[in-house]
Design a binder for this molecule. Structure first.
Ligand SMILES: Nc1ncnc2c1ncn2[C@@H]1O[C@H](COP(=O)(O)OP(=O)(O)OP(=O)(O)O)[C@@H](O)[C@H]1O
Ligand SMILES: [Mg+2]
Length: 283
């Protein structure tokens, strides 16, 4: 299998403290993964390593086939939206797009302008006079406009209004489905993670404590599923570890009398809380 991102035993240290420890992640082309975890878990640290802004202190890292810190020539294939982006305040969105075009050989102006419009960014206003959410949209536009093969987004939707958020979700789906872009994004919004990503990575205290689809992760916790139904006009709720066995028994007893059956597995939020809490307790 060909991986566009391969990290093995990856570590990063600030002074004596390891911010990232023994992280192993493999992303095949076309995957959309969400990296979630508490404040200070090491998400931004990890993204800075994979986009070649800093050098790992342990392990190996290959991005588009090369170590990104030492091989900056892979970077035109990589898009990055940082958590905090310093921008030239006097520049307009249009100026920034033109500057980006000069810096990035993969830049596509015909793609850039409609994208700015699509993201609702006024093209001529100085960046310093845009609202917080508009500025964030511009960060995202600049990150994607070079047609990267591999895109890293650090909390891209912070400050987005509900409609900007929805536009962004459509954009991510389109980038993944139409352009085959591989995407790793961080978010604190677990609904967003579940909506966008086919794979969830949970980082806690510098370590990956879970990696899989939301469904796979929820199977890892000894979760109770919630079963709801009505019988003879009355509503019932029950929690069971084995929902299938419970429902089988329910039908054996009441058959056609059962209506409006719903089974709800643990949500990603419950799974996240349980896994992070267990990892903290194990320290
Ligand atoms: N330049 C730095 N110098 C020293 N320590 C740092 C530096 N950058 C990050 N750290 C530390 O590394 C740890 C991980 O920080 P990081 O920014 O990667 O967390 P994060 O998961 O992105 O958190 P958040 O959700 O708040 O953005 C924290 O303990 C932080 O204090
Ligand atoms: Mg961060």
């Amino acid at each position: 299998m060909e991986y566009v991102l391969e990290a093995e035993g990856l570590g990063k240290r600030f002074a004596r403290q390891w911010a990232l420890r023994d992280c192993t992640i493999r992303l095949p082309a076309g995957h959309v993964a969400a990296l979630v975890g508490p404040n200070g878990a090491g998400k931004s640290t990890l993204l800075h390593l994979v986009v070649g802004l800093s050098r790992p202190d342990a392990g190996t890292l290959r991005v588009l086939g090369a170590a990104p810190y030492e091989n900056k020539e892979v970077l035109p294939g990589v898009g990055f939206v940082a958590q905090d982006t310093p921008l030239y305040r006097d520049f307009s969105a249009d100026d920034l797009v033109r500057t980006g075009a000069r810096l990035n050989r993969h830049w596509d102006d015909d793609l850039a302008r409609p994208r700015l419009a699509q993201l609702g960014i006024p093209p001529r206003k100085p960046v310093g006079r845009l609202s917080g959410g508009q500025r964030r949209r511009l960060d995202v536009a600049i990150g994607i406009v070079g047609r990267p093969e591999l895109l890293f987004l650090d909390e891209p939707t912070v400050g987005f209004d509900p409609s900007a958020r929805r536009d962004f979700h459509d954009l991510v789906h389109r980038l993944a489905d139409v352009d085959d872009t591989t995407i790793l994004l961080t978010t604190h919004d677990l609904d967003e993670a579940e909506k966008l990503a086919d794979r969830i990575l949970i980082l806690n205290n510098g370590e990956i404590i879970a990696d899989g689809s939301a469904d796979q992760l929820s199977l890892r916790i000894a979760g109770q599923s919630e079963i709801r139904w009505t019988r003879d006009g009355s509503r019932f709720v029950h929690s069971a570890a084995d929902a299938t066995a419970f429902v089988r028994e329910l039908f054996a007893q009441h058959g056609a009398g059962i209506a409006d059956l719903e089974v709800r597995r643990a949500s990603l939020e419950e799974t996240y809380m349980t896994l992070v809490h267990d990892a903290e307790r194990a320290l």
